[in-house]
Ligand binder design. Structure first.
Ligand code: F0G
Length: 338
């Protein structure tokens, strides 16, 4: 069953909406006892919502199935997005499936290799922007409005609607919404979507704990960042589109939006792969880095904790390659000591 069919009653679709699906959603919630131990929490209290198993390897597919289905229903002439990579990969794949033109505006030199390869293979029209994501998004919104293309960034409310289904899945598996949720924040659509999802379930009780990279933390600093910098290219964003709804999610839920350094992000990224067997991309590890940072400062969360891992580690092979250990050589015919 498609994600839209599963949650049809809670999504803005009708029987006339043509569904564009690649089998998104229904991602695993993985118990993470080594992470719990590292954070000083009880076994069984920490879970990873691994969104890397979506068809294009990130959570964007949940929003894209709804946005693309609605674009097709509305007779769109084509879709357009600005992206740090994952939105572009997802839009490219779903537009290919829908038979729609897809134009992606990418900040030059700042998109992880795997994501770029996906856009290329799905046949997207790639526009390199001489500037960062924030400049690319401004340009994309203006050009799409002028030329009547459908924007499939999270400024499109159908994207948020689709992405809120992840909250439903988490609550189904746990039997109720978690007490705390840790997640990365970039353009701030996903924290907005999860909070909407938890609220729709009623009795919202989950503290929303969002984490930005220290070099790209406008919501922590309280002002936009002109030249955002971080190894986590997915969240290298200085002026998030959904800042107001992200701050509302933080305040309504009694949560926080904090920052973590690149060193903390990479340590969490490596820990998850080494100790939990889950390979996510660097940005995805920001929430886990935040959990470990708070725990070390004596601010341990109480109750059940979910960390959202937003994208697959294979998206960014160049960052993974930095961790290559020295390799041993084997010569056929010689004995090899393990
Ligand atoms: N994690 C990953 C892997 C992402 O790709 C993104 C955003 C985020 C977290 C942050 O989510 O923007 O909803 O706060 N990627 C967008 C893109 C910006 O263009 O792919 P957010």
């Amino acid at each position: 069953m498609t994600l839209i069919d599963r949650y049809r009653g809670r999504l803005p679709v009708t029987s006339r909406t043509p569904i564009v699906s690649l089998g998104e959603g229904n991602t695993p919630l993985i118990r993470a006892d080594r992470l719990a131990k590292a954070a000083g929490l009880r076994p069984g209290s920490v879970h990873l919502k691994f969104e890397g198993t979506n068809p294009t390897g990130s959570f964007k597919d949940r929003g894209m199935t709804v946005a693309m289905s609605k674009a097709l229903e509305e007779g769109s002439r084509g879709v357009l997005c600005a992206s740090t990579g994952n939105t572009a990969a997802s839009a490219s794949a779903y537009a290919a499936k829908a038979g729609l033109r897809c134009v992606v505006f990418l900040p030059r030199g700042a998109v992880a290799l795997g994501k770029l390869m996906q856009a290329i293979m799905h046949g997207a029209e790639i526009v390199e922007v001489a500037g960062n994501f924030d400049a690319a998004l401004k340009a994309a919104l203006r050009i799409a409005a002028e030329q009547d293309f459908t924007v499939v960034n999270s400024s499109n409310p159908f994207r948020i609607e689709g992405q809120k289904t992840a909250a439903f899945e988490v609550a189904e598996v746990l039997g109720r919404a978690p007490d705390f949720q840790f997640m990365p924040v970039g353009n701030a659509g996903n924290i907005t979507a999860y909070w909407k999802g938890y609220k729709e379930l009623g009795g919202a009780r989950t503290h929303m704990m969002g984490f930005q990279a220290a070099g790209a933390a406008p919501l922590v600093l309280g002002h936009m960042v002109r030249d955002p910098k971080t190894v986590a290219t997915a969240i290298r964003i200085g002026d998030p589109y959904s800042k107001a709804s992200a701050l509302a999610a933080r305040d309504e839920s009694g949560g926080m939006i904090g920052s973590v350094t690149d060193g903390q992000i990479l340590a969490a990224y490596r820990f998850l792969a080494h100790e939990e067997g889950v390979f996510c991309e660097p940005a995805s590890a920001a929430g886990v880095a935040g959990l470990l940072k708070l725990a070390r400062a004596g601010r341990k969360p109480r109750g059940t904790v979910v960390c959202v891992l937003t994208g697959h580690g294979l998206k960014d092979p160049d960052t993974a390659a930095r961790f290559a250990p020295r390799r041993r050589a084997f010569t056929p015919g010689r004995r090899f000591e393990l």
